[in-house]
Design a protein around this ligand. Structure first.
Ligand code: SAH
Ligand code: SF4
Ligand code: F3S
Length: 461
């Protein structure tokens, strides 16, 4: 495991480069724009931390930034188009001021066909770096500032050689009370539709001591909601099982909550369910992506469980963890999906009773097995299935939330929502609105009076 850790001498070299940049970067601003999942959001916090260490002031406003980094996602075509169109926004700005530096990183940068497109059609992107290069950011920035040509820091290594872990680089957290803590990186599952194993490389875990030290320090700093991150957290192999790690992370002194994302159904263990049931600091929320309710489609997806196994796990969670919220991801219109397969997905949704579903229309990804499968489904059919599933889920979620009426839930305040109403999140990660403002990051008890499909509303008691 040790050989994937970046040696401290390399980290020190980067810290020295960062120091040497401070004269040049004085008074300059940098902006990081993020697309994609929580992993990417956390990566952006690390990128911003490194930029700050190089002397930049971090801003949300790209119009006034001297360095702009676009952290991209490649999970579906829509995500890629959004990132490319964001990059396109800077053409005029770059033409007006050649000294501005524009960088692109993240999962899209890791894909060679997208890189070629960027090289050809986005000449104003000055530097590109891969998902395993964050610890070299000071060096990347220095090279980009000194070079007149485009700079590229990418390793296009095969899956089993790819991937590193670095400790000791700064993190600039977006929130003062909610924090992401990665426990493992990469993915070995190769679901046939998914780009993540190619974009993020093979699974590798941080050491449990590093994770525990980070969580303990966050709790001491007053963080109240900590999410342990990984594409498949149950594959954690940094010195103990993930269930044990979770239990330990949720055993420091103080009132706070620990969550995790994501658990693959094939190895959502009994041990993990027990930790959720028994440890009051572990949030009562299980995100367990099912992808399809049809065993035939699950097989084609290479998910390594079938409908029955998933139902068994879901029911076990519901039986063992009172008031648990179960959420999932579903892909509709996977190649060859028939009306019967789709009916299986609908009936599974009905039977399990998910609090929330993230539904996606299948998007073929270059280089994946499913993209080459026969029987790709027409968009019109996909749209109809997407709508039917969303309608069903709205009814299911409304029904489940009605059970909360009259109950009291503990809520971590997020201040106001965008309509100026006091709001926060419950342990189940449900959005809760209430009658009186509470400062961000404080816990309150709310008695629920009425509900929507994705909202609980009540009064503070
Ligand atoms: N590691 C997580 C998922 C990460 S990707 C897990 O295995 O559960 C988040 C979600 O995006 C997936 O659960 C899947 O539902 C969706 N997704 C991934 N690839 C997709 C594709 N090619 N088209 C549509 N949705 C996709
Ligand atoms: Fe993608 Fe499957 Fe890995 Fe999740 S488990 S990241 S869906 S390959
Ligand atoms: Fe997107 Fe990469 Fe996350 S593809 S979903 S940013 S791991």
């Amino acid at each position: 495991m040790n050989d994937i850790y970046i040696p401290q001498s390399e980290i020190q070299k980067q810290l020295n480069i960062a120091d040497s940049l401070k004269d040049i970067t004085k008074g300059k601003k940098a902006c990081v724009i993020t697309f994609g999942c929580q992993q990417n959001e956390n990566d952006s916090e690390r990128i911003a931390g490194a930029l700050e260490m190089c002397g930049y002031e971090i801003t949300d406003n790209s119009d006034i930034a001297d360095v702009i980094i676009i952290n991209t996602c490649a999970i579906r075509e829509h995500a890629e188009i959004r990132a490319l169109s964001e990059a396109g926004q800077f053409k005029g700005r770059k033409a007006a001021d050649r000294s501005i530096k524009i960088g692109l990183c993240g999962c899209m940068a890791q894909q060679s066909h997208r890189r070629e497109q960027i090289y050809k059609s986005y000449p104003y992107v000055d530097f590109i770096f891969g998902t395993d290069m964050h610890h070299r950011l000071p060096e990347i920035i220095k090279t980009a500032l000194e070079s007149k040509k485009r700079v590229s820091f990418i390793t296009d290594k095969p899956h089993n050689e790819f991937g590193v872990i670095s400790e000791g680089m700064p993190v600039r957290r977006e929130s003062g009370y909610k924090a992401w803590v990665p426990v493992m990186y990469g993915c070995n599952n190769f679901c046939t539709y998914c780009v993540v194993p190619y974009a993020r490389g093979q699974e590798r875990s941080r050491k449990k001591e590093e994770v525990l030290a980070e969580v303990e320090s966050l709790v001491k700093q007053g963080y109240k909601d900590i999410t342990l991150l990984g594409q498949n957290v149950n594959s954690f192999s940094g010195g103990c099982s993930f269930a044990e790690l979770l239990d330990k992370c949720a055993s420091f002194e103080g009132e706070y909550t620990v969550r995790f994302m994501t658990s693959h159904p094939k190895d959502a263990s009994d041990e993990l369910i027990e930790v959720m049931a028994n440890n009051p600091k572990v949030a009562k929320h299980f995100h367990l992506p099912v992808q399809s309710g049809s065993s035939r489609v699950l097989k084609l997806m290479n998910r390594k469980y079938d409908r029955e196994k998933y139902l068994e796990t879901a029911m076990k969670i519901k039986a063992r963890v009172p008031n648990v919220s179960l959420t999932t991801d579903i892909i509709v219109a996977f190649p060859t999906e028939t009306e019967t397969d789709f009916a299986d997905t609908m009936s599974l949704v009905e039977n399990v009773g998910f609090d929330m579903i993230y539904t996606f229309i299948y998007s073929p990804r270059v280089g994946t097995v499913a993209a080459k499968m026969e029987g790709q489904i027409k968009r019109e059919i996909a749209n109809v299935r997407f709508k039917a599933l969303s309608d069903l889920q709205n009814d299911v979620a409304q029904r489940l939330n009605e059970e909360f009426i009259g109950r009291t839930v503990r809520v971590l305040s997020d201040g106001y929502n965008k309509n100026g109403i006091p709001c926060g999140r419950s342990s189940q990660n449900k959005i809760v609105t209430y009658d009186k403002y509470v400062p961000e990051g404080q816990f309150v008890d709310v008695k629920v009076e009425n509900v929507g499909a994705y909202l609980l509303n009540g009064k503070i008691i």
